[in-house]
Design a protein around this ligand. Structure first.
Ligand SMILES: Cc1cc2nc3c(=O)[nH]c(=O)nc-3n(C[C@H](O)[C@H](O)[C@H](O)COP(=O)(O)O)c2cc1C
Length: 324
């Protein structure tokens, strides 16, 4: 038997398959199912900034007119979403699987305070789901990244928990952003989130929801960036998007991932797929005489390659594709 155990964000995992933040991990029941299925860790569904902010602003306007209501709101409505989230963290801890909490952190200074409460509730790490959609033509890419780094630094100052940052693909320089996050005290990067997509309903000439789940061919961009960033800074890299089987997990680990996150494939096939992925990984490692996941990690990253330039090719050329 190959050794599937690994370390991610300073946590020892029994295997590198992490259930990604989603409705799958939005309840203690879901976390128990993930634990029973043998997941290496779970990332709880994110608490979204809008939830926190809406609750806080409605409570604040009421407090302006009724200052004595403060104690009441502290106990009751004001932090209901936050309180329910902390209950989810507390209920999930001790279920036999490491628990990583997640918040959709896009700039409110309230997250710093909340991060400290997540730490108290017993989570072992915190994933910051940082998604900025730049809508203002007057704002530069550098300014968007500065906002992200500022939000990160506020949370970093508020908690000792290991922090990972989950990003989308659209940054001008991921290596620089990763280096800055590392410098500011991040322990991990999750590459990549797969955001809500919309489509166009031609009949109604309006937008409608697009496909929610990834497919098994959606991992290539993740693979590219894991391979390019692995070993460049002291961050654990978690590969996310399009991980649907053990073979893909192995490829991403060989590229340098310390863990892989799975979501769509569990929605599609159930939690049992985690065991299948682990068995496939074990068999392949055994067939290659590679004793462990740790021994595979990073073997095909750019940093360890004899021909690093091959990783930087972006254009289709006949010599590579065979297509003219
Ligand atoms: C229904 C659904 C809910 C999700 N909710 C969250 C969330 O709360 N926080 C988050 O960071 N990502 C969320 N995600 C993104 C997933 O965690 C994951 O990064 C993405 O789906 C890519 O992985 P996959 O290809 O295995 O699905 C959600 C995805 C789905 C499909």
């Amino acid at each position: 038997m190959a050794e599937l155990g690994c370390s991610y964000l300073g946590i020892e995992l029994r295997n590198p398959i992490v259930v990604a933040a989603s409705g799958l991990t939005g309840s203690v029941e879901g976390v128990k199912k993930a634990a029973a299925a043998g997941a290496g860790a779970v990332v709880l569904k994110s608490l979204f900034e809008e939830q926190l902010r809406a609750e806080i602003s409605s409570a604040e306007s009421l407090l302006d007119s009724h200052p004595e209501a403060e104690a009441f709101f502290e106990r009751a409505g004001m932090e209901e979403g936050a309180r329910a989230y902390l209950d989810l963290v507390k209920g999930s801890v001790g279920q036999g699987v490491p628990v990583i909490a997640s918040v959709n952190c896009v700039g409110s200074s309230r997250w710093a305070e909340f991060a400290a409460r997540i730490e108290e509730a017993g989570a072992q790490a915190l994933e910051l789901n940082m998604a900025f959609l730049p809508a203002n033509p007057g704002e530069t890419g550098a300014s968007v990244e500065a906002r992200l780094l500022e939000a990160f630094a506020e949370v970093r100052a508020a908690t000792k928990l290991p922090l990972s940052v989950k990003l989308g693909q659209s940054y001008a320089s991921l290596p620089n952003l990763g280096a800055e996050l590392s410098r500011l005290g991040a322990q991990g990067l999750v590459l990549f989130n797969r955001f809500y997509r919309f489509d166009v309903d031609l009949q109604a000439l309006a937008i409608k929801a697009g496909p929610v789940r990834s497919g098994p061919e959606d991992y290539h961009e993740t693979l590219r960036w894991i391979a390019l960033l692995s070993g460049r800074f002291p961050l654990d890299l978690a590969a996310a998007t399009g991980v649907h089987d053990g073979e893909t997990a192995l490829k991403l680990i060989a590229a340098g991932a310390g863990a892989v996150q799975v979501c769509s494939v569990i929605y599609r096939r159930g939690f049992g797929v985690i065991g299948e992925m682990c068995r496939a990984m074990d068999e392949w490692l055994g067939s290659k005489g590679i004793p462990s996941v740790r021994a595979l990690k990073g073997r095909v990253s750019q940093a360890s390659a004899a021909d690093p330039a091959a990783y930087a090719r972006l254009q289709y050329i006949q010599a590579l594709t065979g297509i003219s």
